[in-house]
Design a protein around this ligand. Structure first.
Ligand SMILES: Cc1ncc(COP(=O)(O)O)c(C=O)c1O
Length: 426
């Protein structure tokens, strides 16, 4: 068990107060310190794993490291016995450094740099995905013993927030060709994988993808491959705030996916794995930010996108807009608003019966794209006030850049003792 570092960073408490109190406690303890900070609740991750095991007793989770790779998170996941989906040499290295056996890693990037593949071969990380002929040729040269999983791009019209199919996956109709190439190269194809897209909005996406995987599986079997693994990817929701991410729940996905698995992959002769990312970590983190500047402008004065004129939009009313610039933004933990502008919900410490005003929230860099929330109703806040955002654990830390050299958020970790002791017996 590798809990030494975690022990030094995680505050264990009998009972966790509401997150607003935890934030206030930290602010009080800082004095004049005003850097943005994150509170990570590892107990939330422990609970998520419990729910995973209840909903998906048949499916082994390979946590997608790309989603949140901070040390305490990957350590607790490793210590709970999870396996990992890695996308690069450094991710593989990080997971191996935790003492995780190479057999608990899938190299699930269909595009692998040759030197990374060589590293995987040296370390014995043999399970990996592919979706094109070129990748098979490379694997043949560098790691011919690898255990290969063909990633397909399921054909469906179900809604997801972030489609991955334009870049990844092979059209199910082209899979025979790829199997033939693998056959000619004498490579070892053992299974099929898919990813319905991150932020799945309809459970049917999983049902359809599992059915299509069965067809591809049968093609592989008919061509003589020893097909025995299905990887159902990621895409499971992980936020607590409803309707921000998706209307469907993890449990609903579980019900639908299990039913399809029982129908198309009955029995126990096929190993089923998944690559959940946001499910495990999204709700575990809250980020508190400080308002560094408040600027009030009139609606009409704002230059609209695609315009050089102020206020040339006839629909704007000439009302004041409160612009709040906070000390973290899209180059920090708020990268996801690039692709989903409505994904963040701010909370504040003002009483809820205060009057609300049109507001925008901006990040701290000199980039005018560094806009976190446009058009949100907030009470009148001031420079120096703190606001906070829940559900910030997914795709926040790994996407932080050094643009403008703004500081990285400080991280604090906490866990309820009883949950901690489920993983680390006292
Ligand atoms: C190959 C792969 N697996 C798993 C994931 C994790 O997806 P999610 O965080 O939606 O569960 C991703 C995310 O982009 C991915 O690309």
């Amino acid at each position: 068990m590798t809990n030494v570092d975690v022990n030094t960073r995680v505050e264990r408490v009998e009972k966790l107060p509401p997150v607003s109190n935890q934030i206030q406690e930290k602010i009080d303890a800082f004095g004049h310190e005003d850097n943005a900070f994150a509170i990570g609740n590892l107990g939330d991750i422990i609970r998520k794993h419990r729910i995973w095991k209840e909903c998906f007793p048949r499916i082994e989770p390979f946590y997608a490291v790309k989603c949140n790779d901070v040390d305490p998170v990957i350590r607790i996941l490793a210590d709970m016995g999870l396996s990992f989906d890695c996308a690069s040499k450094i991710e593989i290295q990080k997971i191996l450094d935790l003492g995780v056996d190479p057999s608990r890693i899938i190299y699930a990037n269909t595009f692998k740099q040759s030197s990374f593949l060589k590293y995987a071969a040296e370390k014995g990380v043999s399970l990996m995905t592919f979706d094109c002929e070129d990748e098979l040729e490379k694997i043949k040269k560098v790691y011919p013993e690898a255990k290969l999983v063909l990633r397909i791009c399921p054909q469906s019209n179900y809604k997801v927030k972030f489609h991955l199919g334009r870049k990844f996956g092979c059209h199910p109709l082209r899979t025979s060709e790829l199997f033939q190439v693998a056959r000619r190269l004498q490579l070892n194809v053992i299974g099929v994988s898919f990813h319905v897209g991150s932020g799945c909005l309809e459970t049917g996406a999983f049902a359809e993808a599992i059915e299509q995987s069965r067809e591809v599986f049968d093609i592989g079997l008919a061509m003589g491959f020893n097909m025995h693994l299905l990887d159902i990817g990621g895409g499971f929701p992980g936020k607590k705030i409803q309707n921000v991410e998706t209307n469907i729940t993890f449990k609903e996905i579980g019900r639908v996916a299990n039913k399809s698995l029982d129908k198309y992959f009955p029995g126990n002769n096929v190993r089923i794995i998944a690559e959940p990312g946001r499910y495990y970590v999204a709700s575990a983190f809250t980020i508190a930010v400080n308002i560094i500047t408040k600027k009030i402008v009139m609606d009409e004065e704002i230059v609209q996108p695609n315009s050089t004129e102020c206020g040339d939009d006839p629909t704007t009313e000439n009302k004041p807009v409160r612009m709040y610039v906070i000390n973290d933004g899209i180059y920090g933990c708020f990268f996801e608003c690039f692709i989903d502008p409505r994904c963040y919900v701010p909370s504040h410490f003002k009483s809820i019966d205060k009057e609300l005003y049109n507001s925008t929230i901006w990040g701290p860099t000199c980039d005018a794209l560094d806009l976190i929330i446009d058009n949100v109703k907030l009470p009148d806040l001031s420079t120096g006030d703190w606001i906070y955002f829940k559900d910030m654990g997914a795709y926040s830390f790994p996407t932080i850049s050094t643009f403008n050299n703004m500081p990285r958020v400080n991280e604090f970790y906490t866990c309820e003792r009883q949950l901690w002791e489920e993983v680390y017996q006292p």
